[in-house]
Every structure is written in structure tokens, then in C-alpha cells.
Ligand binder design. Structure first.
Ligand code: HEM
Ligand code: HEM
Length: 209
């Protein structure tokens, strides 16, 4: 049973990576479930996700080794090889992100960036609110002023196509999240280790000597 007696625990994920993961999980879940309403909750969950993605990207350039993109972004062919091995339960164990996990990290961050950017753009263009309001909000401001002058409660929202793009980006992110959680479950099973726990505590068992 020597293989099962892994001795030491080593720290893999630093606090920023772990807290960022928690904020992304919670923020995405809240934004997805609120679907835009109530607006304050949807928007603040979305802003938290956007800020966390930006921080994580900066950390991916300047952070410690395991957090750096350079240490886990590999050629797609290497990720495919790893995936094939994983499905056959013959993949080598990685202490940091695996080749497929690394590509998934980039895909998740990119998809979250697109989802939040289109949300902020739609908020500006449809309601003249948020950071992009000065750039995109002129038409919405005009329609809102017109509606107010006529005492109308129903306001026409421009740029509905942006809402559709925002919704599509959110759905693509959800598909990636489902694949991500499936990958985490499969890798946890293949290597008999609890990867979600490692993302919470930061620690993994050292590789066999
Ligand atoms: C991970 C982050 C986010 C997710 C998963 C998400 C998801 C969604 C979904 C599923 C909808 C419903 C779309 C539809 O009914 O067609 C929606 C609507 C909307 N979202 Fe987001 N969103 C996110 C971030 C943001 C951000 C950062 C903002 C702006 C600050 C934003 C602003 C809006 C607005 C204004 C609507 C339309 C609400 C309405 O008209 O009822 N979203 N979002
Ligand atoms: C709900 C949306 C989720 C999003 C947006 C998300 C996003 C991410 C991101 C960006 C990373 C890379 C971490 C980093 O290097 O900074 C990651 C890693 C990870 N996530 Fe998630 N995640 C989500 C849900 C979950 C859930 C529900 C679980 C647990 C079952 C989970 C478990 C993990 C684990 C274990 C890793 C590390 C993978 C590895 O060992 O290479 N994630 N996730």
C-alpha cells in the first residue's frame, strides 16, 4: 500500500486564487439565478465577478508560480492528449492545473469577461447606467426623458441585441462551468484525491517519491 501513503501536504493554491474562486462561484451563481432582477443584486454580483476576473488575470502574470498562466497554459494538443488519458483513467497526476484544466481556466476567465463586459455594455446602452453610460447611454437617456415628460411608466429599451449577446455569453459560461465541474470530478476520481477541498484549503498531498 506504499502508493496510498502519501506523506506530506504541500501548499498549491495561494489565498488570492482560493478567495477569487469563491467569489467567482458565488458571483456567477447569484448573477445566473437573478437573470437581471433584482437589478442591484444582479449587477453587484456581476461587478464582483468582473473585478475578480481582472485581479486573477493580473495575478496570472505577476503571482506565484502555480497561479501564473506561464506555468499551466500549454498547447491544445497537450491538453487533448491529457484528456484522452484522463478518460482512460491513465492520466499523470499534476500538482498545479493539468494541461486540460489550464485551458479550462483560460476559457472560464475569457467567458466570464465577455459575460460581464456585455452586461455592463447593455446596462449603459439600455438604461444610461453604469460605467459605460457616458459612452453608450445617449439614446436610452433620450427615451427615458421622453417617457418622463409624458408621465409614462413603460420605457422602451434600446440595444436589445446586446441583451441577447449578454444572455448567450452567460449560457456559454454555464456550459463551460458544467464541463469544468465534470472535469474536476473525473480528475478527483482518477487520482483518488479531493480537488474541491484543495481549492478551499490550498493544500494537496505531495507526489509519491
Ligand atoms: C457572471 C456574470 C453575469 C451573468 C451570469 C449574467 C446573466 C444574465 C442573464 C441570464 C440575464 C437574462 C437575459 C435575458 O433575459 O435575455 C441577464 C440580464 C441582464 N444583465 Fe446580466 N449577467 C452577469 C453580469 C452582469 C453585469 C456585470 C451587468 C451590469 C452591471 C449585467 C446587467 C444585466 C442587465 C441590465 C440585464 C437585463 C435585465 C432585464 O432587462 O431584465 N449583468 N444577465
Ligand atoms: C460556478 C462557477 C465556477 C467558476 C466560474 C469556476 C472557475 C474556476 C477557475 C477560474 C478556476 C481556476 C482557478 C485559478 O487558477 O485561479 C477554477 C479551478 C477549480 N475549480 Fe472552479 N469554478 C466554478 C465552480 C466550481 C465548483 C462547483 C467546483 C467544485 C466542485 C470547482 C472546483 C474547482 C477546482 C477543484 C479547481 C482547481 C482545478 C485544478 O486542480 O486544476 N469549481 N475554477
Amino acid at each position: 500500500m506504499a502508493g496510498l501513503e502519501r506523506r506530506e501536504w504541500v501548499r498549491v493554491w495561494d489565498p488570492l486564487v482560493r478567495v477569487a474562486h469563491g467569489v467567482l462561484v458565488l458571483g456567477f451563481a447569484i448573477a445566473w439565478l437573478t437573470e437581471g432582477k433584482p437589478a442591484w443584486l444582479h449587477e453587484w454580483a456581476g461587478y464582483a465577478v468582473a473585478a475578480t476576473v481582472a485581479l486573477r488575470v493580473a495575478w496570472g502574470i505577476a503571482g506565484p508560480r502555480e497561479a501564473r498562466f506561464a506555468s499551466f497554459v500549454v498547447r491544445p494538443s497537450a491538453a487533448l492528449t491529457y484528456l484522452r488519458q484522463l478518460l482512460a483513467l491513465r492520466a499523470p497526476r499534476h500538482l498545479g492545473h493539468s494541461p486540460a484544466g489550464g485551458i479550462m481556466v483560460v476559457a472560464l476567465l475569457a467567458s466570464l469577461a465577455a459575460t460581464t463586459a456585455t452586461g455592463i455594455a447593455y446596462l449603459g446602452a439600455s438604461r444610461d447606467r453604469g460605467p459605460l453610460a457616458p459612452l453608450l447611454g445617449a439614446e436610452a437617456a433620450r427615451l427615458q426623458a421622453e417617457a418622463a415628460a409624458r408621465d409614462e411608466t413603460r420605457i422602451r429599451r434600446p440595444a436589445r441585441w446586446l441583451k441577447q449577446v449578454h444572455d448567450a455569453a452567460a449560457e456559454i459560461t454555464l456550459l463551460l462551468v458544467i464541463a469544468h465541474v465534470g472535469g474536476v470530478a473525473l480528475a478527483s476520481f482518477a487520482h483518488r484525491e479531493n480537488l474541491p477541498r484543495a481549492m478551499v484549503t490550498g493544500y494537496k498531498q505531495a507526489p509519491d517519491a
